[in-house]
Ligand binder design. Structure first.
Ligand code: SF4
Length: 353
């Protein structure tokens, strides 16, 4: 998808000479920006006097919660719990520098990851099921959440990576503003399972700099089968949300160290027996986003939680299943594949002789 210079500069939040050079961030002709010339989107929104309005709008969802496609309509300020079982307060499992995320997020200082408890999707094969399904963690105030963000910045992390943020989006916005006033300057990375309402994602325009959604299933029947209480509309909801994310932030932009500043990064986990619909996924990305979209095709499917009870997903993927996924990605013309997925492909190719 062609991007004019003016659009590109606006997406970056830059003006004039701070741009070094531009292009696709795939290791062939990366977009490079001086780190010091950049400021996070939420800082600009605060300068315009609009951030508090967004927070108020987001918090209004708690009265009759429709933050995600489940649309439970419960009052989360009282003692009612919806599908996700989250209250109006945040429960955090951990916050730390994470070195296992995509390389543009990790850099040298790590990705400043905050793992939120509970989940609005809940896959039967969830690798984080004690956190997502059982809600393990401790309740914290928005002030304490802001302090975690500042702590991660102090430790040298490159971003604030909010994992499973959908059901606590209002708290994240509020904490981000509080942290901004304490000196936060890192981009917010919205790391979501993808089961989102596009109307809610629009509220994040000008707040989030990096979107990191999964696109887990391309077939509603599979999404329905492998999520607790089903999610027949997952592909539709996730796709329209991801299109909106891409509209807001565009393709990935990195600084002069290769660290992600802004843009969309999409994850897709290859599953046994082609259940994730990988061929349809890569074609959809190329046709509906951009061939330059950063895509991480992941090989680490494990039989976790309740997956043992579902024969089609009760085994690891084979090397052949991952290799065909990578072939499909290249056939679709995707140009910005995650380096570790490319390395994994090379390992499997060597194993195959
Ligand atoms: S965020 Fe939770 S309570 Fe709100 S609609 Fe989604 S699942 Fe229901």
């Amino acid at each position: 998808m062609a991007m004019t210079r003016r659009t590109f500069m606006r997406n970056l939040g830059l003006s004039g000479s701070s741009l070094l050079w531009a292009g696709c961030a795939n290791g062939q002709s990366p977009t490079v920006v001086k780190a010091n010339d950049w400021q996070p989107a939420y800082a600009k929104l605060e300068d315009e006097g609009k951030l508090q309005d967004r927070i108020d709008e987001a918090y209004a969802f708690f009265d009759e919660c429709q933050l995600c496609p489940r649309r439970c309509r419960v009052n989360r300020r009282g003692d009612q719990l919806g599908f996700c079982r989250a209250s109006h307060e945040v429960t955090v499992f951990s916050h730390h520098a994470h070195y296992g995320e995509e390389l543009p997020l990790v850099g040298r200082g790590g990705s400043g990851t905050i793992f939120f408890s509970h989940c609005n999707l809940r896959c039967v094969f969830c690798q984080n099921w004690p956190i997502a399904h059982e809600g393990r963690g401790r309740r914290v105030t928005d002030d304490a959440l802001a302090d975690m963000m500042i702590d991660l910045q102090r430790r040298g992390c490159h971003n604030i990576n909010v994992v499973t943020p959908t059901h606590v989006m209002p708290n994240i916005l509020n904490a981000t503003r509080k942290a901004l006033h304490k000196g936060l300057r890192l981009p917010i990375c919205y790391n979501t399972g993808g089961y989102e309402r596009v109307e809610v994602i629009r509220l994040l325009d000008g707040v989030v700099d990096i979107y990191l959604p999964d696109l887990k299933y391309m077939d509603g029947d599979e999404a329905d089968r492998y999520t607790v209480q089903g999610a027949l509309d997952y592909p539709e909801r996730a796709q329209e949300a991801i299109v909106e994310m891409h509209r807001q932030v565009g393709d990935l932009i990195t600084d002069d160290r290769g660290i992600a500043l802004r843009g969309l990064m999409v994850r897709h986990l290859v599953m046994p027996n082609r259940i994730a619909g990988t061929r349809e996924f890569v074609r959809w990305v190329a046709e509906n986003l951009s061939p330059g979209t950063y895509v991480n095709i992941m090989s680490q499917y494990r039989v976790e939680h309740e997956a043992f009870n579902y024969p089609p997903i009760a085994r690891a993927i084979t090397p052949q299943e991952f290799l065909e996924a990578m072939d499909w990605a290249e056939e679709a013309g995707l140009q910005n594949l995650d380096k570790r997925s490319l390395a994994q492909r090379d390992v499997f190719l060597r194993m195959a002789g």
